[in-house]
Structures are given as C-alpha cells and as structure tokens.
Design a protein around this ligand. Structure first.
Ligand SMILES: Cc1cc2nc3c(=O)[nH]c(=O)nc-3n(C[C@H](O)[C@H](O)[C@H](O)COP(=O)(O)O)c2cc1C
Length: 196
C-alpha cells in the first residue's frame, strides 16, 4: 500500500512567529515514523482573504478561489491526514488558520486530524479544543492524543532544540500511531462511499 499523505499545517503567519520551529520539530518525527509522506504547508505562503465567497463552500464545493490560494487547495485535497501546528491567540486559533479552514470543505471531509499546540500557560490547548469543534462540523475525525508545549520559550533553546526531548517525542509518536490508524481506515472508507 502507498504511504498515507500527511499535511503538516503551520497555523500562525505573523512576522517573528515561533510556529515554524515547532513544525520543524514535529515534521522530523512525522518523517521518522515511517507511515507517512509528509507535506509541510505554511499558511504564510497562501493568499487567505477574510472575505469568503458569496456561497458557502459547504453548498458550492468549488467556489472561485483567489489564484494565490489554488496551490493550498490542491495540497489540502491531496492529504489523507493533517496535523495542525497552532498557538493560542486570545484563547482560540489564529485568524489565518480559520480562514484557510473556512475557504474549504470537501478537502477536510472524512480525514484524520491531529494537533501540536504551543503558547503561554495554556500550551495551545484552547486552540486545539476549538479546532475539535470546528472539524467536527467538517466531517473530519480529530484524534485523541496531541502534543502541547506550555511556555514553549522555556522548553526550546535558542537553536530551536528541545531541552528535554523524550516526553514530547513519545507524545508525537502516540499521536502519529492514532493518526495512521484513522487515516488508513478513513482512506479505505472514502473509496467505498462519500460521507452521508
Ligand atoms: C494575538 C495574540 C494572542 C495571544 N493569546 C494568547 C492566549 O490566549 N494564551 C496564551 O497562552 N498565549 C497567547 N499568546 C501568546 C502566543 O501563544 C505566543 O506569542 C506564540 O509565540 C504565538 O505563536 P506564533 O509565534 O507562532 O505566532 C497570544 C499571542 C498573540 C500574538
């Protein structure tokens, strides 16, 4: 069987963001896991206007999208599973990440989703819990396990390496195992029929 396609999405786009450091750490583990062909999607490279199309993507699965979003749409469509790397922004998710989600619909349908969160005290958990609600509406399955980095600035050194890497590595492995199981099951199910 061919490898499952896993898209790792960097959810923050602001100048000086920490997201790429966390994404790089996770991507190394995802590639090392062996079950996935990994694509790293940086939302900062996509054009993501907040003004959505006139008709909801839920009703019109192929709305006209800006040229600068077309590559993102194709890469989301190609993925069997996603891992969203997200900080907490005011106890929720970055606006660019919400826009990327809302501009799409079928691209999330019946796919497996995992999370890596980081921020201050809450470690991305508030964003992760919001994302579980959001992806439920999109017929996606969010896996139970996750990785969280509370006060990430104490956990990573200046070179972007974890000071104590073992526990986060074990958390990443547990999540990747669950993601593999669900992505496999959902990929097989998608070949039989569309989600009701
Ligand atoms: C607009 C904004 C809101 C934030 N809200 C929270 C928050 O609610 N909880 C928290 O722990 N950290 C919060 N932070 C701190 C961020 O988690 C931290 O700055 C992190 O580095 C943001 O990710 P980024 O660097 O990839 O953009 C906030 C940061 C910003 C810019």
């Amino acid at each position: 069987m061919s490898a499952l396609k896993l898209a790792v999405i960097i959810g923050s786009v602001r100048e000086g963001r920490f997201g790429p450091v966390v994404a790089e750490w996770f991507t190394e583990h995802a590639r090392g896991h062996g079950a996935f062909e990994v694509d790293v999607i940086d939302l900062a490279e996509a054009h993501l206007p907040l003004a959505l199309p006139a008709v909801s993507p839920a009703l019109e699965p192929n709305p006209e999208r800006p040229d600068g979003m077309l590559e993102l749409t194709e890469r989301l469509a190609a993925a069997d599973a996603f891992v969203i790397v997200t900080p907490d922004y005011n106890r929720s998710i970055p606006a660019a990440l919400k826009a990327a989600i809302d501009w799409h619909f079928t691209q999330w349908d019946a796919k497996a989703i995992g999370f890596v969160g980081y921020s201050g005290a809450s470690g991305g958990l508030l964003a992760i819990e919001h994302l579980r609600q959001i992806f439920n509406e999109l017929n996606a399955h969010t896996v139970r396990n996750y990785v969280s980095f509370p006060r990430y600035y104490l956990l990573f050194d200046a070179e972007g390496r974890l000071r104590e890497p073992d526990e986060p590595a074990a958390a990443a492995l547990a999540m990747l195992d669950q993601l593999q199981w669900w992505a496999d099951a959902l990929a097989a199910a998608r070949t039989v029929s569309a989600v009701a």
